[in-house]
Design a protein around this ligand. Structure first.
Ligand code: GDD
Ligand code: MN
Length: 390
């Protein structure tokens, strides 16, 4: 008799918010060629978790159709371990997606991952669980804090690992800077923190994806020593380093509001034309004074820009903050930020031209670039700030 395996979820890589029969904890064991390690680790994890979470957890082996039959070995253990589930993936491959597919099929309120090769000391699981109980959204096993380390890594592997971390800090400081060990593959996360977020991990580093896209306020870290492998071998090759860099760059672009910025720029450009046209009408047509014409033209351009930004650039946010009063508040903030931008423009231009002796047109170009960034950023953070998400 063959025990029933889990169906592999398909479609986008997003974890659902709720499950039918909630368990407290689901732990994924991604495997590729681990047949010898599986019986050992399942036994150890069961001994550890049964006392603290009796009947309230599940272990999910997600195997990528290993030629050594890891999934079969795991499936044979199922009658003996009722909390054990097995998923055999035959189409998709790769560590990160294995973990997410496992979480998609999982029932737990807390979702975790541990290597199946016993290089992650299982006892640390209890400390990670403690962090979650205390209220962490993410609990990470770290090799780089007290109590952590790597046992017998070569100097080269240590350097590569640290170099990768430094690179991450450069490209993605607001994410990598929160983790002492961003390369860790040993962690737990609250389901609610990642529910509905579509993940698009590349390669091995699923933690970075979770920390970047999840709604993570509190991170708990627990030191652990990365043990030597007893049997089987690591699947890490140079390819993982390339994928890691690709991953960082992809995250950088999806975390920066690139699309909004482009729209904001287009609207800004339309404002230049509105400004010029109104200025021409007031000066040439009505013969108004220079300063008065400039001020009025600027205000009309501001109204133009605000309207388009409110409708288009930040349309999704405005739609959630309905009402004339709220709209007027956004308009006032927009005005105020544009005014501060104008002051910045004058300051930068004067600094570059009068102090650094830079050509005034080049100076003005630099000032416009700075002011565009300034206006965009503060309007994003103040005028169209997401206040109530629902
Ligand atoms: N399903 C699936 N698919 N599992 C995989 C795959 C895959 O393509 N590749 C590896 N695994 C499983 C392995 O069987 C093991 O259980 C776990 O994922 C980690 O893989 P290893 O190949 O043993 O990785 P490692 O020991 O070099 O790397 C560890 O350290 C990294 C930090 O340096 C892992 O903990 C990584 O998660 C961690 O990022
Ligand atoms: Mn390993």
């Amino acid at each position: 008799m063959n025990p029933e395996l889990l169906t592999v979820p398909t479609g986008s890589l997003a974890v659902p918010a709720t499950t039918g029969s909630p368990l407290e904890f689901s732990l994924i064991l991604p495997t590729y060629q681990e047949r010898e390690n599986i019986p050992k680790i399942v036994q150890i994890l069961t001994d550890l978790l049964d006392p603290i979470l009796p009947g309230q957890y599940e272990l999910i082996v997600v195997d990528d159709d290993s030629p050594d039959g890891t999934w079969q070995v795991a499936a044979q253990l199922m009658p003996e371990y009722p909390q054990l589930q097995v998923m055999r993936r035959q189409e998709e491959k790769g560590l990160s997606t294995a973990v997410i597919r496992g979480w998609q099929a999982a029932r737990g309120k807390v979702l975790g991952v541990i290597d199946a090769d016993l290089q992650h000391p299982p006892q640390v699981l209890l400390d990670l669980w403690d962090e979650m109980v205390k209220g962490a959204d993410l609990a990470v096993g770290s090799r780089h804090i007290e109590g952590g380390g790597v046992s017998e890594w070569s100097l080269i592997r240590r350097c590569l690992s640290r170099g990768a971390q430094m690179l991450g800090l450069l490209i993605l400081p607001e994410v990598i800077g929160r983790l002492s060990d961003p390369m860790s593959g040993y962690f737990m996360v609250r389901r609610g923190a990642i529910a509905h977020q579509v993940m698009s991990p590349v390669g091995y580093k699923i933690l970075i994806e979770v920390a970047a896209r999840g709604r993570i306020r509190w991170i708990g870290e627990v030191g652990y020593v990365f043990r030597e492998r007893e049997t089987g071998e690591s699947k890490v090759t140079w390819k993982q380093y390339v994928e890691y860099i690709q991953h960082l760059i992809r995250l950088r672009f999806s975390l920066w509001p690139v699309k909004r910025f482009v729209r904001f720029g287009v609207v800004g450009l339309s404002g230049v034309f509105v400004n010029m046209a109104v200025f021409y009408l007031l000066r040439g047509g009505l013969g108004l004074g220079l300063t008065r014409s400039a001020i009025l033209a600027a205000e009309v351009a501001i109204i133009n820009n605000f309207s388009w930004n409110d409708l288009w650039t930040f349309g999704d946010i405005s739609a959630r903050q309905k009402g004339q009063q709220k709209r007027f508040k956004r308009f006032l903030k927009f005005n105020f930020i544009c005014l501060s931008g104008l002051i910045l423009n004058v300051l930068v231009l004067n600094l570059l031209f009068n102090i650094f002796g830079i050509n005034e047109y080049v100076g003005q170009l630099v000032a416009i670039a700075a002011v565009t960034l300034w206006n965009f950023w503060f309007n994003l953070k103040l005028s169209w700030r997401v206040t109530d998400a629902h």
